[in-house]
Design a protein around this ligand. Structure first.
Ligand SMILES: Cc1ncc(COP(=O)(O)O)c(C=O)c1O
Length: 478
């Protein structure tokens, strides 16, 4: 397809402003000549061309509105339109962040109510809504852990223990906060290896950073014992709550003894994760960490909602303003629309994942066949290597079958990983069709492996050099 610049024709216009009937302000008088652009080099098109161009572009993409997006670890579920409508309300969109609190009581109230709901769902003493994404929440969580230990004079606490199944952002966030990252092995059930954990836990441990359910989609059953061991040494438990979709409404991490957890609002509570758009990673804390939360906190004194800057031991501010209100609004609407039934989200996401895993039994390798999965599961395409086919080839071929591909090659501890998360949003027919597509692909791998090596055939762009596209992106035309 041609670029918009390539279909441009000099002089074409979509809309012409009427002639000015007031005196023209001469910009040249106000702006120094060197700052005045002579040619903006904008494409010149009529309106219909523009509409068609962008509509065609949108049709070249995969989206949750057109197909299943089974990206493990991303919870790419349908985002109900009603939430979009609410987030689009002009009065919310146009609030200026410096507006006086007395004029935005409604806005602050919604934020406060979301905070209270997250406290309730997570079982936490307090929540900060500020972080702009999951990884940003990790950064805040670890800053809180550091502030807690420094405040107590625990200057020797430099180690952060992280399981080898963790998301890459976990060790990155810990390193960014100046901690030493110590990897803990996983055991044959996909859970934290108990002996390895105990051998690495000591008085220098600041915290353990664990994901539950973890990135294998497996629930860490010893979570309460883990907390106990940590607390005996005044070490804390950070839980990466990116997989909260599997437990929301069923269990409260705060009740397990978790000291700090980030929520990925843009997964569990409806804003899609994959678009690179704004996210939100609120952080919930136990009493231990409450005093260090960032300023300002959104509070209520019984009469008015206000931004509370009076937190003397606060780690400071994380964002220029307060957080991503549009994402908060979607999350609030999503939670309220389920109300007391919110556990249906996790029940159905787990049921869907277990059903799909069952449908795929024997199709790929499964390193944890006897462990029930939670909201996602990880299989391995190792069984296809003997045909010269790998996980990437399977993922690429799925695009020809009209599906977005699952997450591949993560978590790192599973070779040729295919990480599949159907979410609660998909119905049984879609799951069966998806499983059928994968079975056909495995058959193709056996009968005609070269077919898979060249896939995809039906996408506007075929295989790209992904590493190069990241390292040397070409973001401009010419
Ligand atoms: C387990 C886990 N932790 C952390 C993150 C980071 O979240 P974000 O992408 O919002 O920064 C992700 C993202 O997918 C994740 O899956």
């Amino acid at each position: 397809m041609e670029l918009i610049f390539e279909i441009s024709k000099p002089g074409r216009r979509g809309y012409r402003l009427p002639e000015l009937d007031v005196e023209r302000v001469c910009v040249e008088e106000h702006i120094p000549a060197q700052y005045l652009r002579k040619d903006l080099n904008l494409p010149e098109l009529d309106e219909l061309q523009v509409v068609r161009h962008f509509t065609k572009l949108s049709q070249m993409n995969y989206a949750i509105d057109t197909t299943m997006v089974p990206l493990g670890s991303c919870s790419m579920k349908y985002n109900p339109r009603i939430n979009e409508e609410l987030a689009g309300i002009k009065e919310f969109q146009e609030v200026h962040p410096l507006t006086d609190e007395s004029c935005i009581q409604g806005t602050l109230r919604l934020a406060y109510e979301l905070k209270e709901l997250l406290k309730e769902l997570g079982g936490f003493a307090e929540v900060s809504l500020q972080p702009a994404a999951g990884a940003h929440g990790e950064l805040l969580g670890l800053l809180l852990v550091r502030a807690y230990h420094l405040d107590k004079g625990n200057t020797q606490k430099k180690k952060v223990l992280i399981p080898d199944s963790a998301h890459g952002t976990n060790p990155a966030s810990a390193a960014l906060c100046g901690f030493d990252v110590i990897t803990v092995k996983s055991d044959k059930h996909g859970e934290l290896d108990w002996e390895d954990f105990l051998s690495k836990l000591d008085h220098r441990t600041a915290c353990l950073m664990i994901t539950n359910p973890n990135t294998l989609g497996i629930f860490e059953r010893r979570i309460e014992r883990i907390v106990q061991k940590l607390h005996e040494l005044d070490a804390l438990l950070y839980m990466d709550g990116a997989n909260f979709n599997a437990v929301v409404g069923l269990a409260k991490p705060g009740d397990w003894g978790v000291d700090v957890m980030h929520f990925n609002l843009h997964k569990t509570f409806s804003t899609p994760h994959g678009g690179g758009g704004p996210g939100s990673g609120p952080v919930g804390v136990s009493e231990r960490l409450r005093d260090y939360l960032p300023v300002p906190q959104i509070d209520y004194d019984g009469e008015r909602y206000f931004l509370n800057w009076d937190i003397p031991k606060s780690v400071g501010k994380l964002l220029a303003f307060y957080g991503h209100f549009g994402v908060w609004l979607r999350a609030l609407a999503y939670i309220l629309s389920y109300g007391n039934e919110i556990k249906k989200v996790s029940e159905f996401s787990v049921l869907n994942a277990r059903y799909l895993k069952r449908l795929l039994e024997g199709v790929f390798k499964d390193d944890y066949p006897d462990v029930p999965c939670m909201h996602e599961f990880v299989l391995s395409a190792r069984n296809l290597l003997k045909h010269g086919v790998n996980a990437m080839d399977v993922a690429k071929r799925l695009l020809d079958y009209g599906y977005y591909a699952p997450t591949v090659y993560f978590p790192l501890i599973v070779k040729e990983a295919l990480m599949i998360e159907p979410t609660e949003a998909e119905n049984l027919d879609t799951l069966r069709d998806f499983a059928e597509a994968l079975k056909k692909i495995v058959q193709e791998a056996k009968d005609n492996p070269s077919l898979l090596k060249e896939a995809p055939y039906t996408t506007p762009v075929r295989r790209i050099k992904e590493a190069e596209a990241n390292r040397k992106p070409k973001l401009r035309w010419k």
